[in-house]
Design a protein around this ligand. Structure first.
Ligand code: ARG
Length: 469
C-alpha cells in the first residue's frame, strides 16, 4: 500500500509495459465482463471467509459488502462505466472498483486467492444459470409441440422410413417423437448443471490456499452444493463447459432435424405444412415464394453450436495439468453458443406453435394402400401363415396389382386366391388407415389411445420440468 498508483493486478516484477498489440490480444474484459455479477458474489463470500481467518475485521467486511452492493448497482445504472473501462479482465475491473471505493482495503480482498480459481468459479456459476435458462426455453418448445399434438389429434399421416412411405401414423405421434428428443436434452442440461455444481474457491492458483478459509461455507453462500476435491484439477477443469456445450449441441441437432422435417413438409411436393407468415420470408425475385426461413436458419445455425463444442475440445486437448492461459478461450464461444441456442429454441417454439397442417393432404398420403401392406401381412399371420411367407405372399399381391396397374386393394378374391388359398373375403374389407393405426395400441405406439395417453403424460411431465428449471 506504499503509494501504488497502477491498479493493474500484476507488474511489480516487470521493467517494461506490454507490447500494445499483445496487450489488446490478451485482454478479456470485452467478453468476460458478462461474468461480473458472479465475480461480485464471489467477492462477497470470499471477504466473509477472510474475516473468519482474521485477515479482515467485521467492520471491513461490512464496508466491502456495502461497496460491492454499490458497484453492482452502478453496473446496472451506468453501462458506460463498464463499456469504457480500460480493465484488463473482470477481476481487474472489480478490484479497481473496490479500490476506488475503499482505498487499500480493496486490495485486501484478493488475499489468498488467484484469478485462476476465480474464473473457474464465475464460469461454473454462469453455466449453472445458463443451463436453467436453456431448460426453460426447451420445455416451452416441448410444450408448444405437445399442444400442437393435442390440437391435431386424430389426423393421420404417411409415416416414412428412408424417406419412403412406410406405415400410417398419427401426426401427433410424429410431433411427440420430437418432444422425446427435447426431453432428453433437458436431462443433459441438468447433468451439465450438476457437473458445474462444485466450488473451486480455495484452490488458489493451483496448490490450495494457505489461509484456512471455510471452503464449504463459501460454496454454500454462492449456491454450490459441494466443493471441488483437487486444487490442481479445479483450476483447469472445464468438463462442465464441455458438458453444457454437448447439451447445446444435442438441442441444436434435434432442432435441425425438426427443421428439416418442417422444411420438407412445407414444400409443394409434400404440401403437409402451411407456413405461417410470421415465420417466413418472400423472394425478392419470385412473387409466389414463401420460404421456411425460420426453420432453415435454425438448421443452419446448428453448425456454430457443434463448432463451439469441437472448439473447446480442441483447446483442451494436450493442455498440461493446472491452469494455462489457453483456458481463457473457453468463454466467448460458450457464451455465443448459449445465446444462439436459446434464440434457436425460442424461434422454433414460436414457429412450431404457428405451424398449420393440411389435414387432407396428410390423410390422402396416409390412405395410400401400399402403406397397409404390413397390416395385410399381419392378417395372414393371424391365420397361421409364418410371417416370412406372409411377407412374401403380400409382396406377390403388390406385384400383381402393379402389373395390372391398380391398387392391391382392388384385386378380386379370385385373383388373390391364385396367389394364396388362405385369402378370404374379409381380407379385402379389413385393412384401412384407421385399422392400421388402431392395431398399434401398445404403449409407445401410434394408436389414438396410445397417443392420447402420451399427450397427457407429457403435459404432466413438462409441468414438472418447467417448475424445476
Ligand atoms: N482471463 C483468464 C481466463 O479467462 C483468467 C485469469 C487468468 N489468470 C492468469 N493468471 N493470467 O481464464
Amino acid at each position: 500500500m506504499t503509494g501504488r498508483k497502477d491498479t493493474k493486478l500484476w507488474g511489480g516484477r516487470f521493467d517494461r509495459p506490454p507490447d500494445e498489440r499483445f496487450d489488446a490480444f490478451q485482454r478479456s474484459f470485452a467478453f468476460d465482463r458478462r461474468l461480473l455479477p458472479y465475480e461480485l458474489a464471489v467477492n462477497r463470500a470470499w471477504s466473509r471467509a477472510l474475516e473468519k481467518v482474521g485477515v479482515l475485521t467485521a467492520a471491513e467486511v461490512k464496508q466491502v459488502h456495502a461497496a460491492l452492493e454499490r458497484i453492482a448497482q452502478r453496473i446496472q445504472s451506468d453501462p458506460a462505466w463498464v463499456e469504457t473501462s480500460d480493465a484488463e479482465d473482470l477481476h481487474h475491473f472489480s478490484e479497481k472498483a473496490l479500490v476506488e471505493a475503499l482505498g487499500p482495503l480493496g486490495w485486501k480482498v484478493h488475499t489468498g486467492r488467484s484469478r485462476n480459481e476465480l474464473i473457474a468459479t464465475d464460469f461454473r456459476l454462469f453455466v449453472i444459470d445458463a443451463a436453467a435458462e436453456t431448460q426453460k426455453a426447451v420445455v416451452a418448445l416441448a410444450k408448444a409441440l405437445v399442444e400442437k399434438a393435442e390440437a391435431k389429434l386424430g389426423v393421420p399421416m404417411a409415416g416414412m422410413t428412408h424417406m419412403q412411405r412406410a406405415q400410417p401414423i398419427l401426426l401427433s405421434h410424429f410431433l411427440l417423437a420430437h418432444v422425446e428428443a427435447f426431453a432428453r436434452d433437458v436431462t443433459r442440461l441438468r447433468a451439465a448443471a450438476a457437473g458445474a455444481d462444485a466450488c473451486p474457491m480455495g484452490s488458489g492458483a493451483l496448490a490450495g490456499c494457505a489461509f484456512p478459509v471455510d471452503r464449504m461455507a463459501i460454496a454454500r453462500e454462492l449456491g454450490f452444493s459441494r466443493i471441488t476435491a483437487n486444487s490442481l484439477d479445479a483450476v483447469s477443469d472445464r468438463d462442465f463447459a464441455l458438458d453444457y456445450l454437448f447439451a447445446l449441441a444435442g438441442i441444436a441437432t434435434h432442432l435441425s432435424r425438426l427443421a428439416e422435417d418442417f422444411v420438407l413438409f412445407a414444400s409443394q411436393e409434400f404440401g403437409y405444412a402451411i407456413l405461417p407468415d410470421e415465420y417466413s420470408t418472400g423472394s425478392s425475385l419470385m412473387p409466389q415464394k414463401k420460404n421456411p426461413d425460420a426453420w432453415e436458419l435454425i438448421r443452419g445455425k446448428t453448425g456454430r453450436i457443434t463448432a463451439a463444442l469441437f472448439g473447446l475440445l480442441t483447446t483442451l486437448k494436450g493442455l498440461p495439468s493446472s491452469y494455462q492461459r489457453d483456458l481463457q478461450e473457453d468463454k466467448e464461444t460458450l457464451f455465443a453458443a448459449h445465446d444462439q441456442a436459446n434464440g434457436m429454441v425460442r424461434v422454433a417454439a414460436g414457429a412450431a406453435a404457428a405451424m398449420e397442417f393440411n389435414a387432407e393432404r396428410l390423410r390422402a398420403a396416409a390412405s395410400d394402400p401400399a402403406l397397409l401392406a404390413t397390416e395385410a401381412a399381419d392378417w395372414l399371420v393371424r391365420r397361421g401363415v409364418p410371417f416370412r411367407q406372409a411377407h412374401d405372399v403380400i409382396g406377390q399381391v403388390l406385384r400383381e396389382a402393379e402389373r395390372q396397374g391398380k391398387q392391391w386393394t382392388r384385386l378380386t378374391l379370385d385373383e388373390l386366391k391364385k396367389i394364396s388359398p388362405v385369402f378370404e373375403r374379409d381380407f379385402l374389407e379389413g385393412p384401412s388407415v384407421e385399422s392400421a393405426l388402431a392395431a398399434c395400441s401398445i404403449p409407445g405406439g401410434t394408436s389414438l389411445e396410445s397417443v392420447r395417453a402420451a399427450i397427457s403424460q407429457w403435459k404432466a411431465r413438462l409441468e414438472q420440468l418447467g417448475a424445476s428449471a
